[in-house]
Design a protein around this ligand. Structure first.
Ligand code: AKG
Length: 279
């Protein structure tokens, strides 16, 4: 699937953008499934906001349980200070996570497209395991910022071996808050780590290294059309701004690791019931 040059680009730069790789029917099938999940979501029962502004302090039981479920999380700016919804439900959801690949047939079929397994084998995986999936809405006008981070802070393996597969469901441009990353930044140290106490399920984001996050001189905007796939390394710093535009920017992400890597019990994601999802 990948040329030698593309594999080399991934290894040297820590990311690879494959523009317009997927056909529209494939991306539309999960967009429709996401709409159905939001329609069925009881917003009065669960008001968990997903924000990256609070150093992950807001990770409650509903969030932790989403490791093996399909849960909807709200945009911070969808609620007034009293917790009242300010707009329609379908424009209030920040993301759906994190086990759609196991539990929603359209997502299962999407992830099982041979193209993903082929890409991962080209990158050197023997038995790639899909740990989490997210459907991100980046809602018009209220879509929250995703602060600079590295995925290895949240998905801890020994040795580090997570790859993020980010799929544009809609065109991603600067104005609707495309992804930004730092070419070559996968060689920078891991700056922080999110560890969960297995007994209490309380998580804490701890600093590890004070290397600064990329600035304007280092970061590049990944403006890509719908159907594009971006692969990135688990130490790659990446970011997306708050969405001020009137256009959403839907994306779907998959995070995989090698099966025989150690997955410590301080990871927030544990899948005792669902087990391994092999690609
Ligand atoms: O799509 C975004 O804005 C952020 C996605 C992200 O951080 C991830 O997939 O790890």
């Amino acid at each position: 699937m990948l040329s030698r040059q593309q594999v080399r680009h991934y290894q040297e730069q820590g990311y690879l953008a494959l523009e317009s790789l997927l056909p529209k029917p494939a991306t539309e099938s999960i967009r429709h499934a996401a709409t159905r999940i939001v329609d069925a979501f009881d917003i009065d029962a669960h008001r968990t906001v997903f924000s990256t502004q609070d150093r992950d302090r807001g990770r409650d039981r509903y969030f932790m349980d989403s490791a093996e479920a399909v849960h909807c999380f709200l945009e911070e700016r969808a609620l007034d200070p009293a917790g009242k919804l300010l707009g329609p439900k379908h424009l209030a959801i920040n993301k759906i996570g994190h086990a759609m690949h196991d539990l929603v047939p359209e997502f299962t079929a999407f992830c099982r497209q041979p193209v993903f397994a082929e890409i991962l084998r080209d990158l050197g995986y023997r038995v790639p395991i899909l740990w989490q999936t997210m459907y991100i809405f980046k809602q018009p006008r209220i879509g929250g910022e995703v602060r600079w981070h590295q995925d290895a802070s949240y998905l801890i393996t020994q040795p580090p071996c997570v790859t993020g597969i980010w799929v544009a469901i809609e065109d991603a441009r600067r104005d609707n808050s495309c992804l930004w990353l730092h070419p070559g930044g996968h060689r920078s140290p891991l700056r922080e780590i999110y560890r969960v106490d297995p007994a209490t399920r309380e998580g804490t984001l701890q600093p590890l290294d004070d290397t600064p996050w990329p600035g304007a001189a280092d970061a590049v905007a990944l403006e890509v059309p719908a159907g594009s796939v971006v692969l990135f390394h688990d130490h790659m710093p990446h970011y997306s701004s708050a969405n001020q535009s009137r256009h959403s920017r839907h994306a779907f992400t998959m995070h995989v690791a090698e099966q025989d890597a150690e997955w410590p019990d301080c990871n927030w994601i544990q899948r005792p019931r669902l087990g391994d999802f092999r690609l």
